[in-house]
Design a protein around this ligand. Structure first.
Ligand SMILES: C[S@@+](CC[C@H](N)C(=O)[O-])C[C@H]1O[C@@H](n2cnc3c(N)ncnc32)[C@H](O)[C@@H]1O
Length: 220
């Protein structure tokens, strides 16, 4: 028995991955290529991708939304968990990062399930709402610029169906949220959002110590 989540040292973390992670080869290759990227730390952890894919399967998700694609690792986990006629709308503004993503989505045979919408995510979310996509998504993942998280959350809450799930990454900000001397705008934005999420009556909510802090908000 343990009354709190176990801290993981490197040995225990490697063990966890060795007995948990059935990572498809194409995802392993994408992770290896991204590890050489100067912004590699932006990628989610493999067990988080695996967890998100399991959630998508549990929900029978057919339509998913991702805000913040980078080289496409989290998007690929989710796309692989969708049925062949499922769709993932993937939002990012960086052509260079997402060119890598497109390559791996092709290699994995799921490029036809993923629609990449390049441009500021705020504009893409407004466009989706204007196109009549409110209430059509089963699952959404927010993993882009932290100052906009609250805005993305509010718009995404309209885009997911009742019972749909919104995942929010980096809610612990590598511990910076509990450093009172850190007044950086991104940290302040996440602190405010954390306060809001845990008392938001519109969702069932849990914040888990997965990766850098993963929030799960189920629209009521
Ligand atoms: C943390 S990374 C995403 C990591 C990705 N989910 C993964 O697991 O590999 C954040 C991404 O958000 C994108 N981004 C930042 N600001 C954005 C904005 N205003 N609109 C759309 N995308 C944005 C960046 O280009 C970057 O690719």
């Amino acid at each position: 028995m343990s009354r709190r989540t176990l801290p993981l040292n490197d040995t225990l973390y490697d063990y966890l991955l060795s007995v948990s992670l059935p990572e498809p080869e194409v995802l392993r290759q994408l992770r290896a290529e991204t590890a050489r990227h100067p912004r590699a730390e932006m990628q989610i952890a493999p067990e988080q991708g695996q967890f998100m894919a399991l959630l998508a399967r549990l929900m029978g998700a057919r339509r998913a939304l991702e805000i913040g694609v980078f080289t496409g690792y989290s998007a690929l986990w989710v796309a692989l968990a969708l049925p062949p006629d499922g769709e993932l709308i993937a939002c990012d503004l960086n052509e260079e990062y997402t060119a890598v993503a497109r390559r791996y989505w092709e290699a994995a045979g799921v490029a036809d399930r993923i629609t990449l919408r390049l441009g500021p995510a705020r504009d893409t979310l407004e466009a989706l709402l204007a196109e009549g996509a409110a209430g059509t998504f089963d699952l959404a993942f927010i993993d882009a610029d932290k100052e906009s998280y609250e805005h993305y959350y509010e718009r995404t809450l309209h885009l997911v169906r009742p019972g749909g799930l919104i995942l929010l990454d980096n809610l612990l900000m590598r511990g910076r949220v509990v450093d009172p001397t850190n007044r950086a705008p991104a940290v302040e934005a996440i602190r405010q959002l954390n306060e809001k999420l845990h008392r938001d009556p519109r969702v069932d909510y849990v914040l888990l110590p997965v990766g850098d802090g993963l929030g799960l908000a189920r629209r009521r």
